[in-house]
Design a protein around this ligand. Sequence first.
Ligand SMILES: Cc1cc2nc3c(=O)[nH]c(=O)nc-3n(C[C@H](O)[C@H](O)[C@H](O)COP(=O)(O)O)c2cc1C
Length: 135
Amino acid sequence: MELKSLTYTSWAAPGMTSEQLSAILSSARTNNPLDGISGLLIFNGVAFMQVLEGAGSAIDDLAGRLVADTRHSNMSIRDERPIDRRSFPDWAMAYLELEAGEFIGDAEVERALRRDLPDSLRNVMLGLVHNLSPH
Ligand SMILES: Cc1cc2nc3c(=O)[nH]c(=O)nc-3n(C[C@H](O)[C@H](O)[C@H](O)COP(=O)(O)O)c2cc1C
């Protein structure tokens, strides 16, 4: 099976509530195991960053649903690459909430990322967290 990973950022719909966030995570954690998808979702109060990994067709199907989801907008694909193995094999969707307004992301994101994550992908993600964090 051809595996790929896709990393995107998006703006959360204004006024995103914890109930909406729970519903998003619940969909992910129900659907993703059935679709063979694993990954990580980061939310910093205003923006999302999500890494999805799985079969190319499964990722493309999910990306199609995501584009149409009004709980976020301006979905922008930041990285897409074939992978040999998963970086988040144990997670239907790992979740990390960063505090908006405080620049605290790096250490937490570093901890959430697996040690064997390819450096190139790690650097993409850390760079994105910098961009997502309010300055
Ligand atoms: C930021 C964000 C991340 C999401 N991540 C996933 C995901 O990983 N898997 C998934 O199936 N749906 C995810 N969704 C929800 C999908 O857009 C869509 O609503 C859902 O897949 C529809 O299936 P459901 O009716 O079973 O909830 C996400 C939505 C948002 C806004």
